[in-house]
Design a protein around this ligand. Sequence first.
Ligand code: SAH
Ligand code: SF4
Ligand code: F3S
Length: 456
Amino acid sequence: MPKKLFIKTYGCQMNAYDSQRMMDVMAPHGFEPADSAENADLVILNTCHIREKAAEKVYSDLGRIRDIKRERGPAGAEMMVAVAGCVAQAEGDEILRRAPVVNMVFGPQAYHRLPEMLARAQRFNARGGRERPVDTDFAASEKFDALPESQQAPGVAAFLSVQEGCDKFCTYCVVPYTRGAEYSRPVAPILAEARRLVARGVREITLLGQNVNAYHGDGGADGKTCSLGQLIWRLAEIDGLARIRYTTSYPGEMDDDLISAHAEVEPLMPYLHLPVQSGSDRILDVMNRRHTVEFYLRLVERIRRARPGMALSSDFIVGFPGETDDEFKETLQLVRQVGFASAFSFKFSARPGTPAATMDGQVPEALKSERLLALQALLDTQRRAFNSGCVGRTLPVLFEKPGRHAGQITGRSPYLQPVFAEGDTALIGRIVRTQIIDAGSNSLHGNLHLQAKAAE
Ligand code: SAH
Ligand code: SF4
Ligand code: F3S
């Protein structure tokens, strides 16, 4: 009988990609996906450490899993529980102390060793021993090389990790500690993985990296390394790959290659997530972001010159230690100047081990909430304006799956907006010119019929 594996994914797209790959690693060992922890033989929590809330959620979920195990009696005793991802990397065996239900802990660079770790954990478990494996070694290259080919149906839009880790050390951020030093995969295995995805029906690939535009993989011309812009050119040559995206970018790493790729590579979508974090030069400096407001504004100008109509998105942190009212207002000012199509914004969360956690001038929670509300109101207005600006336009939509209601299909516009329309599921996997007839705050409503009429 096949065994059931349930993976819960928290955090960013890198984790979503990693969860898929863990499924791939376990499939040859007789595991198939389960849709809940209730009947699973192995439960993996692929965790996120970026903010306190994300990390604490893991412990409340572990409490629920402990109850499920108990209720299942003897079958529950054999159910194995693993904590993977960034909380695992950051807390290591501390997790075993806080949550005795956990059988094994492993970091983001260790999941190719999962089968042997599981076998070890099962031996300990059967003997009723208290030993439990912990693997938080760093070596991203080894991990990528050791992955089996995926046997799962990838869908229409897929993620592909090209870079991992970060050397930037923004003073608030745990990623350099949980994901390790920057590492770029060589070009050849990336192209091979992309071709395999396209052969299995993928039309859109999003290149992933914590710092994706710092990509510099082996395999460029003349034995040189290849930049992200050059990699995008190579990917664009793959027949059948209609759309390319990448995330997340660091402003200081947007080089000329990449900006000109936006002007010249047709499949590269006119949407860019480019986190700025703050609109105050003083705060940016204490954040160690290594860019100024002026630099960011100029960069946006260059990008928009290269690709008119480019939609921008960003991340913001409010209530960074020492942030004054005026400095916060500078962030609002920057938002007004740029005009974002979408954005994520967060209250500063003090993360253990990062310099910002112990800086003077920690901002009270209530003030952080107030600033977050004000910023989100402004960003929301901009998102709605961007969405309503699409009404009446005809946009190419890549349809990805059936919609929530019968007879509906949903997909994405070039600007990553979800679009739903009445249409035949035969259109899934195709890019269809779609007349946008309505806009909500988070999605667009398209009409394929009108479009077909216009074409008659
Ligand atoms: N590599 C990306 C972002 C990674 S984390 C970049 O360079 O921008 C995603 C977002 O989480 C960040 O952009 C930041 O806005 C937010 N974030 C990171 N650490 C945080 C913290 N300690 N408190 C609040 N938000 C944080
Ligand atoms: Fe974190 Fe991004 Fe800064 Fe790296 S560049 S430290 S991932 S916020
Ligand atoms: Fe979270 Fe780790 Fe991603 S901390 S945001 S899962 S890199």
